[in-house]
Design a protein around this ligand. Structure first.
Ligand code: HEM
Length: 222
């Protein structure tokens, strides 16, 4: 964070660090960066998300974060549109391996899931270029009828790795992102400082939010 004016507003910088090889830190900040960029880009979701936060926190649920269905779906859609790497589950065959469908991998070859392509495949997602968090809901008018959760993994959504061996930190990351979003949406109006500038760069196969993307936070009077 930088620039803390005295009225409680701020400008935050999307922070990119390739030197940080620890997946559990870097992936969480990258996913948070994308969620914030998407909130500023698809502003029409801001008020519905605030309404969900208000109603959920006013009711007496034991864990309100588990009831933020729209936010959960928003995060899933943000990650589908912005995977953190073009490839996932990258492996090297140490010995020859033959899959059940007959595909053969000679020893020494590299294999991976091209998740960016998979998550943009029209055979798997209707209108994949459209940012549509409601696609995960049975009913488009009832967010609580979400069928697929942010932390759910399947072969069409390998953001958290393969369904056979997924990220064990995904529920923690999902909560962490929701804490951040609830705090920012409740207390600030968010805006991209330069909406038309590029939002990411590619480093090998990684898709990294750029460090010169700034988001201004204006303290809300609620
Ligand atoms: C948005 C945040 C995160 C994303 C997108 C993410 C993604 C992933 C992916 C794709 C894998 C599988 C890699 C592979 O199979 O090659 C993985 C594995 C792993 N993640 Fe995460 N992760 C995140 C946050 C976290 C957090 C917060 C923790 C710990 C608190 C964590 C701990 C781990 C561990 C220990 C593994 C290795 C599991 C194993 O090999 O059995 N991750 N993660």
């Amino acid at each position: 964070m930088s620039n803390y004016p005295t009225d409680g507003s701020a400008v935050i910088r999307i922070y990119a660090s390739n030197a940080d090889a620890r997946i559990f830190i870097s992936d969480t900040y990258k996913a948070t960066s994308w969620a914030l960029i998407d909130l500023c880009t698809y502003k029409e979701f801001i008020e519905p998300l605030r309404a969900e936060i208000r109603s959920t926190f006013q009711s007496n649920h034991q864990n309100p974060y588990d009831r933020l269905y729209l936010m959960d779906s928003f995060l899933r859609e943000s990650s589908r549109m912005n995977p953190l790497d073009g490839l996932t589950v990258q492996r090297k065959a140490l010995k020859p391996f033959t899959f059940s469908d007959g595909s053969h991998i000679p020893a020494g070859n590299l294999v991976s899931i091209p998740q960016r392509v998979v998550m943009n495949d029209p055979a798997r997602y209707t209108s994949p270029q459209k940012f549509d968090p409601l696609r995960y809901m049975k009913s488009r008018t009832d967010p609580s009828a979400a069928t697929t959760k942010y932390a759910d993994v399947n072969w069409d959504y390998t953001f958290w790795g393969s369904p056979r061996k997924s990220c064990p930190g995904r529920w923690y990351a999902s909560y962490a992102l929701k804490y951040v979003l609830v705090h920012l949406l409740t207390n600030y109006d968010l805006e991209l400082v330069r909406p038309d500038t590029p939002k990411y760069f590619i480093w090998t196969t990684a898709i990294v939010p750029r460090s010169d993307v700034f988001i201004s936070l204006k303290k809300r009077t609620v």
